[in-house]
Design a binder for this molecule. Sequence first.
Ligand code: FAD
Length: 353
Amino acid sequence: MTSTKNQENSPKGLAPIEIANGIETADGFRGDLFDIVIIGAGPVGLYGAYYGGFRGKKIAVVDSLSVVGGQIAALYPEKKIYDVAGFTQILGRELVDGLYRQALRYNPTFFLGESVVGRRFNEEDRIHTFETATGREINAKAALISGGVGTFTPKPLPAAKGFSGEGVSYFIPNPRELAAMDVVVVGGGDSAVDYALMLEPIASSVTIIHRRSDFRAHQASVRELFASSVEVITDAEVTSLLGVERLEKVEITKGNDVTYRSCDRIVAALGFNANVASIKSLGIEVVDNRHIPVNTKMETNVDGIYAAGDIATYEGKVKLIAVGFGEAATAINNAVAKIDPREHLAPGHSSDT
Ligand SMILES: Cc1cc2nc3c(=O)[nH]c(=O)nc-3n(C[C@H](O)[C@H](O)[C@H](O)COP(=O)(O)OP(=O)(O)OC[C@H]3O[C@@H](n4cnc5c(N)ncnc54)[C@H](O)[C@@H]3O)c2cc1C
């Protein structure tokens, strides 16, 4: 099986992941049979990928985003998280980086930038075939659905429509990549303000452009923004991107004034659309329009299909990363025992290996 770097497989406009070296998608993939396919590369899916590898299984991980990390990568990579076991505090992107490296230990196959949109089942071979929106088919004996709040799609920057050069990002997995660049961040929420503050000490210049006068971000972050060297332009919009092969300038419109500013990279932090429609098309029971009911083994109503993390529901469910980790371990160990009855449910201690 040949593989290509994720960058070549990324949806247009999304930055390739660089939180760790070596992430690959499987462009040369030709219908290999996986033991377990994990749908959703958020924190829960990534931990499930580690666990499946630890159990000696061949794992595929699919995500509609071009980066791993789910809600953390999309919404709060720069926020500190205080309630993950074993860390007094950890930055969102550092947690994702750790989970990703932990999963990589057993070389799972990643299919990023691909939404799973359908499933069929071969009764004779007991194989599930998952179809992605690009037409790819992924075969597996079992599946873990860790789809969170559904497929995440960045809200597009209207001015980027028709601009085909490089220089538009919706994620910044590796801030160092923007060193010495003139950066324009667009948006007024937490992600935009966090990105501007994160890039301020790294980039050559940072400008934040927000179409309203008030920021929706955390007050302390907004105070920090105004005290920083970030140039803040409110009641304004980026109306055009200029450059041929790569971005060189942006056009900014504020009322009747139109100005131009040098820009090597524009970071669009306008939020994300979450959509569970594709999960609903997998033929698995969904309640409240967005949750998959599971039993204590994390089994769904379909044999061989498990769910964990924000998307899984049962009485007393608490939606937290810490809870999702336990659910992923339970789901994967039960899936392993299901697809090969000679295997034990209990994984043994990782410290013994
Ligand atoms: C601002 C904010 C702060 C938070 N702070 C904390 C905190 O401090 N502590 C804490 O424990 N929790 C916190 N949370 C909640 C935490 O982020 C979630 O509980 C966690 O991300 C759930 O992980 P997950 O892997 O189940 O789902 P997600 O992180 O939502 O990941 C699911 C992934 O599945 C993908 N996907 C969905 N459907 C498909 C499909 N059909 N095909 C392909 N891919 C698909 C999505 O693209 C996504 O990447 C916070 C949430 C937010 C929004």
